[in-house]
Design a protein around this ligand. Structure first.
Ligand SMILES: C[S@@+](CC[C@H](N)C(=O)[O-])C[C@H]1O[C@@H](n2cnc3c(N)ncnc32)[C@H](O)[C@@H]1O
Length: 487
């Protein structure tokens, strides 16, 4: 049952990396989705079955909960909590409660992560940890009632996302705003990759993250220059020069990048929103809250139900989505703990030889090239997979003329794979040389952004180094390969 449920919830990335006879678990996300599917099935069966069957279904459901508890325990356990002044956060919770927020969570502080939310009581699978009334959600619909909207609705095809950004830049300074308490509880600085200084950028030069940050910054600079000072000139009452500075614009951009959620509102419209209080939930690759984002028609509120249990005093994590470390650094300013299955390194290879492979085909139709990730995430080290994805190996074997069939002799197989491994090393060894090891004394005295840049480079090095190690040891072990698995 669990194997079928895992397959139902596999995404493209998991399909790409799964070995032929791999039965999972494939990732924390996949395992949570699969176990939740079974949990819900048991709930239905428990409602409709007779007493004798009920006992069996209850035992099965209890076992599912035991498994859900163990998913990702080690990933989240390491955050260190801190004592800190929390007047602004207390005010935010009171304000929320006054406006109808229902919560089984309280706020705590964590080293390196700012605020987070902790269960004030034990919360079970399927229970709602937090419920935010739709009237508190900052969305396109709220925007439509604002001065900013009235002024800009017919102005130069400006998008509602940009209007919301401008609205929040302005509302932060509006002393009579309904959302004053929310804005007061937001950080002064977001410290995302978009705020990286020159030293952090220099540390990243040559990496994909460097390109991602530079492109995003350029885009935002262009957007700012298209809007200002034009808006201040055309609408001086609404867009005051002292408020519409580059720094304030960037603050609003970082707010939306790091705190927004996609929500289906009760109108049925999917909108990028800010959700007060829920914006205090931190991200994990093994989250408690995985499925959220649709306003409940009956209660007109956004509910955050748990996909795995959260004990009293435990930090309750959300999933911000299937993001690689580079995206999380650029737009959120952190790298998550634990193995992130979305940390892949794309490879620029000619994909024309992929026709045979189903998974590779689906990747190439979605314009994705081949990719690798840390071999420690794979269950198939050694011959014939070496911890690498099947579609990549099939592509390289075909490109090198090392294809296999029933008639390939053992000696040919060994020779072919020796060529394959040497080709892989010729791709990955230069990548590793471009990522020299960090001097630990540099890290200790470094600023937050340089530290984060170095952590990102360490992660890239770990991934590439795992591939080099895997290929090197496979070459050394070639005489002892067992070839039966190949055909
Ligand atoms: C939606 S906010 C969450 C609340 C935030 N910690 C705060 O104090 O306002 C997103 C920000 O929280 C931080 N964050 C979230 N998850 C994190 C994690 N697993 N580790 C470190 N920082 C995290 C990052 O700074 C991110 O930009």
């Amino acid at each position: 049952m669990i194997q079928a449920a895992r397959i139902v919830h596999m995404d493209e990335l998991e399909l790409y990396f799964a070995g032929d006879d791999d039965i999972g678990p494939f990732s924390a996300r996949n395992e949570l989705e699969a176990l939740n599917l079974l949990f819900k099935m048991m709930n239905k069966l428990l409602l409709t079955s007779d007493a004798a069957s009920k006992e069996v279904f209850q035992m099965l459901q209890d076992e599912i909960v035991v498994r859900l508890r163990s998913v990702g325990k080690k990933d989240n356990a390491q955050m260190v909590s801190q004592t800190q002044n929390h007047d602004a956060e207390d005010s935010l919770l009171k304000w929320g409660e006054h406006h109808g927020v229902k919560s089984k969570l309280r706020i705590a502080f964590y080293q390196g992560a700012g605020r987070g939310m902790v269960a004030s009581e034990s919360i079970g699978v399927g229970d709602t940890a937090l419920e935010i009334p739709e009237s508190l959600i900052i969305s396109e619909e709220l925007l439509c009632q604002s001065e900013v909207f009235l002024a800009l609705k017919d102005f130069n095809n400006i998008t509602s996302e940009t209007m919301l950004l401008l609205w929040s830049m302005r509302e932060r300074h509006n002393l009579s705003s309904k959302f004053k308490t929310y804005f007061e509880a937001l950080p002064e600085n977001f410290n995302t990759g978009l705020s990286f200084g020159i030293d952090a950028l220099a540390a990243l030069e040559g990496t994909l993250l460097f390109d991602e940050i530079m492109q995003a910054k350029q885009h935002l600079r262009q957007q700012y220059e298209d809007l200002f000072p034009l808006l201040c000139t055309n609408f001086p009452e609404i867009f005051r020069k002292d408020v519409c500075t580059w720094d304030n614009f960037m603050w609003a951009c970082e707010l939306w990048y790091s705190n927004s959620m996609m929500v289906v509102l009760s109108s049925g419209k999917l909108s990028t929103c800010l959700v007060p209080v829920a914006g205090l939930l931190n991200h994990s690759v093994s989250p408690h809250i995985l499925n959220y984002g649709r306003v409940d028609e009956a209660t007109k509120s956004l509910k955050f139900p748990l996909s795995r249990p959260c004990d009293a005093g435990e930090q309750c994590f959300l999933s911000y989505g299937k993001h690689p470390g580079s995206h999380l650094v650029t737009f959120y300013g952190f790298l998550p703990r634990g193995d992130n299955p979305y940390d892949v390194i794309p490879l620029d290879l000619d994909t024309s030889a992929d026709e045979e492979d189903g998974a590779a085909q689906s990747m190439s139709t979605s314009q994705t090239t081949h990719m690798v990730r840390g071999t420690w995430l794979s269950r198939s080290g050694g011959f014939p997979m070496y911890g690498l994805p099947q579609p990549l190996l099939s592509h390289l074997r075909a490109a090198l003329g090392c294809g296999l069939d029933e008639s390939t002799t053992e000696a040919d197989i060994k020779e072919n794979d020796r060529v394959l491994l040497e080709t892989l090393l010729s791709i990955f060894n230069p990548m590793l040389e471009d990522l020299p090891e960090t001097d630990e004394s540099d890290r200790e005295s470094a600023s937050w952004d340089v530290k984060l840049a170095l952590d990102y480079k360490d992660l890239q090095r770990m991934i590439i180094s795992s591939i080099v190690t895997s290929c090197t040891s496979a070459l050394e072990n070639a005489p002892r390969w067992k070839l039966k698995v190949l055909h």
